[in-house]
Design a protein around this ligand. Structure first.
Ligand code: G3P
Ligand code: CA
Length: 325
């Protein structure tokens, strides 16, 4: 009798485990807070991340660039002059091309800067006119570690398990500067418990060589997403599937022509799905609709009709509401 019970238990456990998705979260459409809740607060500030967390997203994004003293900073570009007041505080530190680089400043120096809503460094004009007013507030840049601590703390105090979605920015530039951005980031992620595909962390990169190196040479077991920008890259899908778990295409790579007032699609999503790749397009913005008449329509067409597996958005609350309903 005992042995029959044991046999049945083993069979049940085995079949349950087989049926379980790799990560439960990845079996539904995921909302990725692009640079935090950046439609409402300056991008990549701690405030924008806390707000995104409160919106109950699935993942919060971190774009990563190294400081002079090798601290990964959460910032979208290798430049500082379109999201901070670096020009007024360190006027003499610009390079020959007139730009101010994160990599030329120590973490301590970066902390003295005021972060603000994105603007055109040539004209000073705010990029997204209806968003948080440029120059208002007291926002700062921060490190990857500081953000991981914020998310860890909020996950505990709110009883949630919101994931992270870090991006290795411009690996070639970092290499030329003699920096090991990827290795430093992987070490920090591992120190904070992000090591495998079930650890609620998706690592992304536009540079295919670097992402392949992360899997094959650096032996990362994280969930990897290959970012894509150009139509030619869609020919590489089979190769991407040899090291990546998903793709993050510009959403326009999914759209084809409009026929009888209806959007039609390229084969990108179904091709990716056939290869077992998840598809997380970027970037859904309620204040930059282009070919759509409303944000609702954009979400309906891409999330539902095109059947992607999630998306990056500056307006996470709207996407969470849309998917909930
Ligand atoms: O990383 C995906 C999404 O963020 C698009 O890229 O340029 O906004 O970092 P970017
Ligand atoms: Ca990004």
């Amino acid at each position: 009798m005992k042995s029959i019970l044991l046999f049945l238990t083993v069979i049940t456990l085995f079949s349950c485990d087989k049926m379980k998705p790799k990560s439960e979260k990845m079996s539904k459409k995921v909302v990725i807070a692009h640079r935090g809740a950046s439609g409402y607060l300056p991008e990549h500030t701690m405030e924008a991340k806390a707000m995104a967390h409160a919106m109950n997203v699935d993942f919060i994004e971190q774009d990563l660039v190294l400081s002079k003293d090798d601290v990964p900073i959460v910032i979208h570009d290798i430049y500082l002059d379109d999201v901070t007041d670096v020009v007024t505080k360190f006027a003499e530190r610009k390079r020959k091309d007139g730009r101010f680089y994160v990599i030329d400043f120590t973490f301590e120096e970066l902390k003295t800067l005021q972060a603000t809503e994105r603007f055109n460094p040539k004209t000073g004009e705010q990029f997204y006119k209806k968003r948080f007013p440029k120059g208002l507030g007291n926002f700062k840049l921060h490190s990857l570690e500081e953000e991981l601590q914020l998310i860890k703390g909020l996950n505990k105090s709110k009883g949630k398990n919101i994931g992270i979605y870090p991006e290795i920015k411009e690996p070639e530039f970092h290499k030329k500067e003699g920096k090991k951005l990827t290795e430093i980031v992987l070490k920090i992620l591992s120190d904070y418990g992000y090591k495998t595909k079930t650890d609620n962390c998706i690592l992304q990169c536009f540079d295919a060589k670097e992402l392949e190196r992360i899997r094959k040479e650096l032996k990362s077991e994280l969930f990897l997403v290959q970012l894509m920008e150009f139509p030619e890259e869609t020919k590489q899908l089979t190769h991407f599937a040899t090291y990546a778990d998903g793709i993050g295409p510009w959403y326009k790579l999914i759209l084809s022509e409009i026929v009888d007032e209806k959007h039609t699609f390229t084969s990108l999503v179904s091709d990716a799905h056939q290869l077992g790749l998840k598809v997380h397009p970027y970037t859904f913005r309620a204040d930059q609709l282009a070919e759509f008449s409303s944000f609702e329509e954009m979400m309906q067409v891409l999330l539902i009709e095109a059947n992607v597996d999630g998306a990056f958005t500056d307006f996470p609350d709207l996407m969470v509401d849309f998917l909930d309903n």
